[in-house]
Design a protein around this ligand. Structure first.
Ligand code: TXA
Ligand code: MG
Length: 320
């Protein structure tokens, strides 16, 4: 249902332990009452998400955070003040009212205030913090439109609020600012450069590791079903009869490809990030054997775009 008109009904579904997919400024989230362990368990089931991968808790207002977790470390408070509502997720100590399933047993809780009026209205109307991962099946492309959610999760969701395409198109940046040295755990819609301007130097530890700090940073993630390869300056493809798709960063000649998506004709990083997942969804539906993707310039939002493309390119072999 349309996001503005469905708020009251969707809030009632959340309070009753149901699942509501809703737009944020980054991607669509799959929400449940974060105080209700059974509701949270339904998120993991609907996404086929391993329970070791913790959820982000969403609040309607930055002022609601101290009420939930008590006094904040200074840098956490400063970042919340500066960037909320917005595409920044912060780690705090998990309060006792949040059941451990939400944080996958971690002592920390990831939390953010989305910069999307209908999302905040929904959370406020529900009257509870809302746990919400991206509303896609685990490991697959994130949804930036309501139809992506319906296609990917279908009947597993009780309500889908449709707010049109999301503004940022790429997930929030995750930062652990509890200690003296802030660490970026996931590159995202808030550029690292903005964090540095606010905080001074930060460490980026968003790479791959066997024991990832933020499991969305698993090497293979955010993946289309079609195999994807990263290629700088992709030339015309060989005339071998194989249907290939091209994900171009900016406008360029693309003869010989069966399907082409341009992230930003003028090469604008904000526009490119906003289109990234929708373009990948379209190429995935185009019936091509392989997708070739050009990386973006490695600065600002380009770093988050390249992070997602790199993970989409890694071979995805779901365990069991
Ligand atoms: O923009 C976003 O962040 C979207 C919208 C819906 O808010 N949400 C999102 O959620 O991207 P999800 O579940 O797809 O990604 C959450 C990431 C995962 O990589 C998870 O491992 C990490 O956050 N995470 C959650 N809690 C954590 C914690 N306590 N410590 C470290 N990483 C955590
Ligand atoms: Mg996700």
């Amino acid at each position: 249902m349309p996001a503005e008109r469905g708020i009251a009904e969707a809030a009632a579904v959340l309070r009753a332990g149901g699942l509501v997919a809703f737009p944020t400024e980054t991607v669509y989230g799959l929400g449940a009452n974060a105080l209700d362990s059974r509701a949270a368990a339904r998120i993991f089931a609907a996404k086929a998400r391993p329970t070791f991968d913790p959820l982000i808790t969403h609040l309607a207002d930055a002022a609601d955070l101290p009420a939930l977790v008590g006094a904040l470390p200074p840098a956490v408070a400063a970042l919340a003040e500066r960037f909320w509502p917005g595409p920044l997720t912060l780690l705090v100590d998990r309060p006792a009212v949040i059941p451990p399933i939400v944080t996958s047993g971690l002592d920390t809780m990831a939390v953010r205030v989305p910069d999307e009026t209908s999302a905040r209205a929904l959370i406020r109307a529900a009257g509870v913090p809302v746990a919400a991962p991206s509303a896609n099946r685990f490991g697959q492309l994130s949804p930036t439109r309501a139809e992506h959610v319906v296609r990917g999760l279908g009947a597993a969701v009780d309500v889908v609020l449709d707010g049109g395409p999301t503004r940022c198109g790429i997930e929030s940046t995750i930062v652990d600012a509890r200690g003296p040295h802030p660490v970026v755990l996931r590159l995202g819609a808030l550029p690292v450069e903005d964090l540095v301007a606010a905080l001074g130097p930060v460490t980026v530890r968003a790479g791959n590791s066997g024991q990832p700090v933020a499991p969305g940073t698993l090497a293979a993630h955010y993946a289309p079903r079609t195999p994807l390869r990263l290629l700088r300056d992709a030339g015309p493809p060989p005339a071998d009869g194989i249907r290939r798709g091209l994900l171009a960063f900016r406008d360029r000649p693309a003869d010989g490809y069966a399907a082409v998506q341009v992230l930003s004709p003028a090469g604008d990083l904000t526009e490119a990030a906003a289109r990234l997942f929708d373009a990948l969804h379209r190429l995935d539906a185009a019936g091509v054997t392989e997708i070739l993707a050009e990386p973006a310039p490695d600065e600002g939002l380009g770093r988050a775009i390249n992070d997602r493309l790199g993970r989409a390119a890694a071979t995805w072999s779901p365990a069991g």
